[in-house]
Design a protein around this ligand. Sequence first.
Ligand code: NI
Ligand code: MN
Length: 226
Amino acid sequence: MDLTFYGHSCFSVEIEGKHLLFDPFIKGNPLAENIDTTGIKADYILVSHGHSDHIDDCIEIAKLTGAMVITNFEIAAWLSKKGIKKTHPMNIGGKKSFDFGTVKCTNAIHSSQLPDGSYGGNPMGFVILSKEKNFYYSGDTALTNDMLLIPEIGKIDFSVLPIGDNFTMDAADAAKAAEIVKCKKVLGVHYNSFELIKIDTKEAKQHFNNKGMELLLPEIGETISL
Ligand code: NI
Ligand code: MN
């Protein structure tokens, strides 16, 4: 499965020819200046919560691509009011099959206010089950015992976890999360984009190496095979 990293917590995967884009935030990310949002393919956009660093480019990309936005009920309703025609509202604990596979929404310990101050419902993570690979994107979250239930949803081939600390898990917590989820490969996200989440990436990798796991930190714009 090919995964392209667009900076911060924004990434896309291609499953069975469908492009899934997660948490689009590019134009506001000073590290992602070289990414042209008009060139990003998306059949589906998945938004974990309402914070601007996860949703800022959602409306533009959804309008350009005609992608369906999968997110929580409150954010889906907000996007509909902003003119997004194709939304699929979900909530924590729910799952739904799509033409690329199944999405199950998981708990995230965080908050979720939309950029204009509207109520953004509860923050979520996603488990994606597909014929190619299964993966867990935790969204912005603390380390939580709720993650113990993730491997019961399906065998997780890789996870996408925040490592920037301050607002979310740090790398040490993310390594513990990967252990709980029972996967050895992690794409680290939500780091270095702002002053408050600047980290030492060598040290971050060490936390994973110490547990016999791998922390992947691709360049912004880079596509990796998982
Ligand atoms: Ni957030
Ligand atoms: Mn965030």
